[in-house]
Design a protein around this ligand. Structure first.
Ligand code: PLP
Length: 423
């Protein structure tokens, strides 16, 4: 058994205390433009705690080698670390088997894989893929591409003025030609939590396959893919305290079994000759080429970290932060929150009268506050609300109420700078 930082990080932190949590994240102690960093851009990418940094460091310093193919010690150690991370992912989302966990580069790659390997062989002209109006481009464009390749049609379920999607509206669009429902668990532009359990159930009862984009969900709530019953669930490591360039495609084994490989290359084969090739078993059939081994080790450590804290308490902390952020933003003159769904998670987006989001982002940055400005890779959402862009604050377990106070003060400063503040 090899000793690694990843395997050592099993000691629970016991109670949820934000200051204890913050000490695990080295970057939070730095300053930006002379102010302590207030990092409120976690929806784009979250920071990594010491156990993740240590696990990646330990892997690179002591165990790095290619996986699955060497008889030498380092290769076996690297393989053990990589596969241990897969097991952690399996338990993290309560998958039935490790064969259901495909380790990829991220959500985007996972959706593309399902579009090309599941949908493309299945779709006939006139078939339909159903998505919603609030999807990230990663859950729109791969479906547009496969529709163009097959003659299938993309059907888009509407959102309402709160940024909610109703089950009835989606059900109304489920027809005899609907082959797949692909929707977000949590919207990255609005924060809306979608009723995914009901949607999956509804789709299943009509024989429609389901893909849930969990990129904005897994860091904020406990996900149980078996309870959800979806066919596919996809997410990225870098939004849940792991490094970039690593993500997960969960697929139900019987569905994955029927799918052809997507990319060809090393590791996804059993035998190769010029006459023909036989493919490897799941999950390796979908993991062609050398993966991001260090990233996967980091993902395993991020899960270990999340398992070591009191997650319900962390979730309650984040919900309290979100409520406090809404209340704080509600005091800013001329500010309109975009996305007022009754169930939200992780983030709040807004526009401020007379101040372009990019200018606002720059002013906030001068005060040491990192937020996201732009269309958040969800241009149809911006069109729906008739705004070119929004400013978005997105939260993680390490954020504090004091940081939200600073956000409020900085927004007031921006208003004064633009001559819009009350005298
Ligand atoms: N889906 C949602 C809801 C997202 O928020 C994101 C990233 O912001 C993605 C998909 C794409 O994730 P990645 O760029 O890690 O592949």
């Amino acid at each position: 058994m090899i000793e690694s930082a990843q395997m050592k990080n099993d000691t629970p932190l016991r109670t949820f205390d934000v200051e204890t949590i913050r000490r695990e994240f080295p970057v939070l102690s730095r300053s930006v433009h002379g102010h302590p960093l207030a990092y409120l851009d976690n929806g784009a990418s979250s920071q990594s705690p010491n156990p993740v940094i240590d696990a990646v460091d330990d892997y690179v310093r002591r165990h790095h080698s290619n996986i699955h193919r060497g008889v030498h010690t380092l290769s076996q150690e690297a393989t053990a670390l990589y596969e241990a991370a897969r097991d952690r992912v399996m338990r993290f989302i309560n998958a039935r088997a490790r064969s259901e966990i495909i380790l990829l580069h991220g959500t985007t790659e996972a959706v593309n894989l399902v579009a090309q390997s599941y949908a493309r062989p299945l779709l006939r002209a006139g078939d339909e893929i159903l998505i919603t109006h609030l999807e990230h481009h990663a859950n729109i464009v791969p479906w547009q591409m496969v529709c163009a390749q097959t003659g299938a049609k993309l059907v888009v379920a509407p959102i309402d003025s709160r940024g909610e999607v109703s089950v009835a509206a989606i059900e109304a669009l489920m027809g005899p030609r609907t082959r797949l429902l692909a929707c977000a668990h949590v919207s990255n532009a609005l924060g809306t939590v979608l009723p995914v359990a009901q949607l999956v159930q509804s789709a299943k009862s009509r024989g429609i396959a389901t893909l849930i984009d969990g990129a904005q969900a897994v860091a904020h709530m406990q996900v149980d893919v078996r309870a959800l019953g979806c066919d596919f669930y996809v997410f990225s490591g870098h939004k849940m305290y792991a490094p970039t360039g690593v993500g997960v495609l969960y697929g139900r084994e019987e569905v994955l079994e029927r799918m052809p490989p997507w990319q060809g290359g090393g590791d996804m084969i059993l035998t190769v000759s010029f006459e023909g090739t036989t493919y490897n078993a799941l999950p390796y059939k979908f993991e062609a080429g050398t993966p991001n081994i260090a990233g996967v080790v980091g993902l395993g450590a991020a899960i270990g970290f999340l398992e070591s804290i009191d997650r319900p308490a962390a979730q309650a902390h984040e919900e309290a932060l979100l409520a406090y952020a809404h209340a704080t933003l509600g005091t800013i003159p001329g500010l309109r929150v975009i996305g007022t769904a009754r169930e939200k998670a992780g983030l709040v987006s807004w526009v401020l009268d007379g101040v372009h989001p990019h200018d606002l982002g720059t002013i906030l940055d001068q005060d040491g506050i990192a937020v996201r400005t732009g269309h958040h890779c969800a241009m149809p959402v911006m069109d729906f609300f008739s705004v070119p862009a929004t400013t978005r604050a997105s939260f993680a377990i390490y954020n504090t109420f004091a940081e939200i106070d600073r956000l409020g003060a900085s927004l007031m400063r921006a208003l004064h700078l633009f001559g819009r503040g009350a005298d």
